[in-house]
Design a protein around this ligand. Structure first.
Ligand SMILES: C[S@@+](CC[C@H](N)C(=O)[O-])C[C@H]1O[C@@H](n2cnc3c(N)ncnc32)[C@H](O)[C@@H]1O
Ligand code: SF4
Ligand code: SF4
Length: 468
């Protein structure tokens, strides 16, 4: 064996009872360890070119000691038997994985004119996809696979074939279906039809309802007068049919509603709904008519909400939100200080593409501008679109962009972050080669994680010494 450890390890020095110690993390595998000088030296020597014996000689250590330490580091996932094994465990910053979900906008027509609507929805567009074309798209997700189809718009319930589409996707094809809706059209009859489909769909349906605040005044500022009360009635109709675990409430946080964070959590928990999802305004569509500085929460506000989210006990309602700038290391909240892995932003570029009502395809829901369209479902299949040049070019751009961003070039976190989300960066700046808004939020949580682990380690050492 020619042991190999990553060449771009993050190393942070600290002191414990006057002794030097090192926190060492591998950005490729998200594994980390706390060790001493001996650990650090061994990781440096494990370059995939030297045998165990050569390493022991170089470190002037006994072969037995080197073998023992290597075994420990292999166990911890910091050292690999050789470079090939290491490569297999690496998680690149931008992944080219299979499609697991589709966001399908079945119409641009809408019965509201929300001030933030990134699609500026309202009127039906010319030449929107027909029922057969929509079914042909749905057919491209393997039946019974549990893959997800998010039916959105505009307002999808306005589509004359809405129930045919849901029936086909959720029941006939056995997909998990999410319906993104403003809920205005959920009357008793619609609630009954949704319940009936829910009961027959093998992977169920989720009804994701958008609100913009915990009270009528805040919500209706964005969605229009009287909307909050109507949404409340729709939610009650679904709950009365035993559908609370099919309801997801979705809130875009802004300066106007971020102070209602706790009230929104309480509301969701009181209703005992499945989940409450927080998102952020994306600078697109009708948001251009609003002053961005007046609406966008500050980094401090995001961080405060992140702390609140981490402090909630895990209850019946799932709480989700991008409070960590897309860092992931935990299956529960996405990010956690108790998570085993070191946090990292991994962009799954085409895992959930967006398809608009005219069949245009984007690699991800965050991409909205015309310049990043990668194909059209009227011309070819999704699998062809994601093998063609426009997608390949975008993929390359996303993998390389960090090297074009001045601030990222010297950043210690670049291998864990890659310059953030390309889509957000473009939406905010019309330029891919810029950091996204979440840069300072990510660095905050990366530091928090590292500090938390070092503090925990110190406590364990002290309590072990005390017991001794
Ligand atoms: C475009 S709407 C379509 C579905 C439905 N009409 C609704 O409002 O839920 C889908 C989701 O996008 C959200 N949204 C609209 N504009 C946005 C923006 N500028 N940034 C982030 N999310 C936005 C809406 O709040 C909604 O939750
Ligand atoms: S956010 Fe939804 S409800 Fe509001 S205008 Fe856009 S599509 Fe319509
Ligand atoms: S500067 Fe910000 S965006 Fe760039 S790599 Fe560092 S943390 Fe990420």
């Amino acid at each position: 064996m020619q042991p190999y450890a990553a060449r771009d390890l993050l190393v942070r020095t600290f002191y414990l009872d006057g002794e030097q110690a090192f926190f060492i993390a591998d950005p490729n595998t998200q594994r980390w360890i706390i060790g001493n000088q001996e650990t650090r030296d061994l990781l440096q020597c494990a370059d995939g070119l030297q045998s165990e014996r050569q390493i022991a000689e170089r470190l002037a250590a006994s072969p037995g000691r080197t073998e023992e330490l290597l075994g420990l580091l292999i166990n911890e996932g910091l050292v690999f038997q050789d470079k090939t094994l290491f490569r297999k465990q690496c998680m690149p910053l931008v992944c080219d994985r299979e499609i697991l979900a589709l966001h399908l906008e079945i119409t641009n027509q809408c019965n509201l004119r929300c001030t933030h609507c990134y699609l500026s929805s309202g009127a039906k567009k010319k030449n929107e996809l027909g029922l057969q074309e929509i079914m042909d798209i749905i057919d491209q997700l393997e039946p019974g696979s549990g893959k997800k189809l998010c039916i959105t718009g505009g307002e999808p319930l306005l589509h004359p074939d809405f129930f045919n589409i849901i029936e086909y996707a959720a029941v006939t094809r056995g997909l998990e279906v999410d319906i993104y809706t403003n809920a205005l059209l959920i009357d008793d009859e619609t609630a009954a039809r949704l319940q009936d489909i829910r009961d027959r769909a093998p992977f169920g349906i989720n009804i994701q309802i958008s609100i913009e605040g915990a009270d009528a005044e805040t919500n209706d500022m964005v969605r229009g007068k009287g909307v909050f009360d109507k949404v409340g009635q729709a939610v009650n109709r679904l709950i009365n049919r035993g559908m609370e675990k099919n309801i997801v409430l979705f809130v875009c946080l802004t300066k106007d509603n971020i102070s209602q964070f706790d009230a929104l959590v309480t509301m969701a928990e009181t209703l005992r709904i499945k989940a409450l999802k927080f998102s952020q305004w994306q600078k697109q569509g009708r948001t251009y008519e609003t002053s961005w500085a007046d609406k966008s929460p500050t980094s401090e506000e995001w961080i405060h909400c992140g702390h609140r989210l981490l402090s909630y006990p895990h209850r019946d309602t799932i709480l989700l939100g991008n409070f960590w700038g897309d860092l992931k290391n935990d299956s529960h909240l996405g990010f956690g200080l108790t998570g085993k892995l070191f946090p990292k932003l991994v962009c799954n570029l085409k895992v959930a593409p967006r398809i608009d009502c005219q069949g245009n395809v984007w690699s991800c829901q965050v991409f909205v501008d015309q310049a990043s369209i990668v194909g059209n479902t009227r011309k070819t299949t999704l699998s062809q679109i994601f093998s063609d040049r426009p997608y390949k070019n975008l993929f390359r751009l996303c993998t390389e962009r960090e090297s074009h961003i001045t601030e990222c070039a010297t950043c210690q976190w670049k291998s864990f972050c890659g310059g953030g989300c390309a889509g957000f960066a473009y939406a905010e700046n019309e330029n891919y080669h810029m950091r996204d808004f979440f840069c300072s939020i990510r660095t905050y949580w990366l530091e928090q994680f590292l500090t938390h682990k070092i503090e925990q380690y110190k406590l364990q050492r002290w309590s072990a010494a005390a017991n001794f």
